[in-house]
Write a protein that binds this ligand. Structure first.
Ligand SMILES: Nc1nc2c(ncn2[C@@H]2O[C@H](COP(=O)(O)OP(=O)(O)OP(=O)(O)O)[C@@H](O)[C@H]2O)c(=O)[nH]1
Ligand SMILES: [Mg+2]
Length: 451
């Protein structure tokens, strides 16, 4: 397989399959305007090829005298277009049959069907985007959460490009240091130890990789289980987090007998919150099953909120529950903090750690709780704005780091080779330096047609 040619004219449906109010067929390449002249009849004024760039025209798409649909034409002139080439976009009604017919008309007029990602590949080849930015086009399109969207947007992608460019420069300098040692072993040139530079680069890569875990969690969403004795205020807390009454609240202990789930967005992280049955030794068989299920849910959750009612003395059940929860993934909460405290949340006593005071009734402490949950879920990445979201980038950064780990262990001559490996890998992300065609094929194959 080779990269497709970029000097001809391509066309594709750019909007998602299915019915939509508007659909777009995109045409790009040197003959884009010839194609537009063949398929588009403006309501008034000159044909597309004689129109100014950026001035939309209304009209109809025709083929062999047949009107296919009303349309709006957007003309772009090289180099001021996405691909850097002449281009037109035809907006029509969004039905699949209409779009197919419009695309067919463009193909009959001389365009070739575009392959996956071919528009973005052209943008990359024209120097409009670097590879990190090209891949982020895909990430933006695929972003499901607001946090993922933000980390994929231009500003941050540019920063990622720059950051990786800096790493590339630092490694190139380290490589220079090593080869100087090799090339001029006896001469009096001032030699620098390349290792500190390499160590700094490794630290930065470790920080970037930590953000990748957070990005993955943000993509798949996190599970947050709420546990506590009956009446601890679990359902009330769920409702307070949601901002509406999802779960039944009552002063009868054992109100929630099975678990229930509700989606919420905590500081940009999509979270499924799970309200569970109060944990106690229950004579009721149904409730006992609910309790077992609650503990099982806690075992599989990304994070657990363990509620202790601050208005009631702590009981053996509270200690027993704490002992059965995964401590590293549990946030202790002193619930109903608006009530007169029967114990001190900052020092509950026994084996119990300090708990965060929260009142579902008054809302006090809720913000702090949400911050804590987001921080615990995202780890070190919570404070980082720059996230690595692409699986390919993660894999490449791991390989760069492996090569650098080897470089630090190796004698000078082998170190040069390891640094070269690392630089070669980095270039496959940034697209600066030597990028194998295979890398480009791989990157753009993940795109859908029309992007
Ligand atoms: N003062 C005060 N009362 C609360 C607060 N949260 C819950 N309650 C009360 O505590 C009682 C139990 O609340 P729930 O939310 O049903 O408790 P639960 O843990 O879900 O109980 P079960 O489902 O029975 O295990 C209800 O009477 C609530 O009104 C709070 O923050 N402050
Ligand atoms: Mg409940």
């Amino acid at each position: 397989m080779a990269l497709p040619p970029s000097g001809d004219t391509i066309a594709a449906i750019a909007t998602a399959p299915g019915e939509g109010a508007i659909g777009v067929v995109r045409v790009a390449g040197p003959d884009a305007f010839a194609v537009a002249d063949a398929v588009f009849r403006p309501r008034r004024g000159p044909p597309p090829s004689e129109r100014e760039a950026g001035r939309i025209a209304t009209g109809r798409v025709v083929r062999d005298g047949e009107v296919l649909d009303d349309a709006v034409l957007l003309p772009f002139r090289a180099p001021h277009s996405y691909t850097g080439q002449d281009a037109v976009e035809l907006q029509t009604h969004g039905g699949p049959a209409v779009l197919r017919a419009v695309l067919d008309a463009c193909l009959a007029a001389g365009a070739r069907p575009a392959g996956p990602g071919e528009f973005t590949l052209r943008a990359y080849l024209a120097g409009k985007l670097d590879l990190v930015q090209a891949e982020s086009v895909l990430a933006v399109v695929e972003a499901r959460s607001d946090r993922a969207r933000r980390s994929a947007t231009d500003g941050l992608t540019e920063r990622l490009s720059r950051e990786l460019g800096d790493l590339q420069e630092a490694l190139t300098a380290a490589y220079g240091d090593v080869t100087a040692v090799l090339d001029y072993p006896e001469e009096g040139v001032e030699l620098r130890d390349p290792k500190p530079r390499v160590r700094t680069v490794r630290e930065r890569i470790a920080a970037l990789l930590a953000t990748a875990d957070a990005a993955a969690l943000t993509r798949r969403g996190a599970r947050l289980a709420i546990l506590g004795r009956p009446n601890a205020g679990k359902s009330s807390l769920l409702n307070a987090l949601l901002g509406y009454d999802r779960s039944i609240v009552s002063d009868v202990p054992g109100t929630t007998r099975d678990y229930l789930e509700a989606p919420l967005d905590l500081r940009g992280v999509p979270v499924t919150a799970i309200d569970t049955a109060g944990v106690r030794e229950s004579p009721d068989a149904v409730e006992a099953v609910g309790v077992e299920r609650a503990l099982e849910l806690a075992g599989h959750a990304d994070l657990v909120l363990c509620l202790w009612d601050v208005g009631r003395p702590l009981a053996a059940e509270d200690h027993a529950l704490w002992a059965r929860l995964p401590a590293a993934r549990t946030v202790p909460v002193a619930s109903k903090s608006d009530r007169t405290a029967a114990w001190d949340p900052s020092a509950p006593g026994g084996d119990l750690p300090a708990a965060l005071p929260v009142s579902a009734a008054s809302g006090d402490g809720l913000d702090a709780l949400v911050d804590t949950v987001a921080e615990r879920l995202l780890g070190a990445a919570a404070g980082e704005e720059l996230w690595v979201t692409s699986d390919r980038h993660v894999a490449v950064l791991r390989r760069v780091d492996d090569a650098l780990a080897r470089a630090l262990e190796a004698p000078d001559d082998l170190m040069a080779m390891d640094l070269q490996d690392a630089l070669g890998e980095l270039a496959t992300i940034t697209g600066r330096g030597d990028v194998a065609e295979a890398t480009l094929e791989h990157v753009f194959a993940n795109f859908c047609v029309g992007k």
